[in-house]
Design a protein around this ligand. Structure first.
Ligand code: ZN
Length: 179
């Protein structure tokens, strides 16, 4: 068969890879010295709706924020930090009906607080990478809520867990690192 159209590239990102890469890139904005999490919300027809990463509330200066994990409650981040998923939902400035049936990409399985926000927002699918806190009550509560409330979740398949090298120098395309 003649090939007048030319062949398309073989090594392009599929939707899951593309949106997970955006979630990971968003995590790179986090100032948290210990945990960087990114999230990205995508409509049913694959339009990027919002992104988020874990950080201080708006107008809480990063340099005045307690990034500690241990110590008195008011000296740790836990009282104050806004999670990536919550930020992706809350920072969206469009019409929230767009979230109906949407999916969210996260590099870490959502905590129970974010799970509630995800459910209430109308998002119906969670695609995650790490489930490293799967034995925690928080993650167990998230899964119980997702199962009960009709939100599906799955880890991005191993074959799609690619490694990319992104250079911000001119004329350097993204490289796909072979494992
Ligand atoms: Zn959370």
């Amino acid at each position: 068969m003649s090939n007048k159209l030319g062949e398309k590239r073989k090594e392009y990102l599929n939707w899951d890879e593309y949106f997970m890469a955006i979630a990971k890139l968003s995590a790179a904005r986090s100032k948290d010295p210990n945990t960087q999490v990114g999230a990205c919300i995508v409509s049913k027809d694959n339009r990027l709706l919002s992104t988020g990463y874990n950080g201080a509330p708006n107008n809480f200066h990063d340099d005045k924020f307690p990034w500690n994990r241990e110590g008195a409650p008011l000296e740790t981040k836990y009282m104050f930090v806004c999670h990536a998923e919550a930020n992706a939902i809350d920072n969206y400035r469009g019409y929230k009906k767009e979230f109906e049936g949407a999916r969210i990409y996260v590099d870490l399985f959502p905590c129970n607080e974010c799970a509630k926000k995800i459910i209430q927002s109308g998002i119906k699918e969670v695609i995650y990478l790490s489930d490293k806190y799967k034995d925690s009550d928080s993650t167990k509560a998230s899964k119980l809520m997702f199962d009960t409330c009709g939100v599906s979740y799955h880890q991005m398949e191993k074959e799609h867990q690619k490694t990319l090298k992104i250079s911000l120098e001119p004329d350097k395309p993204v490289e796909y690192i072979k494992k």
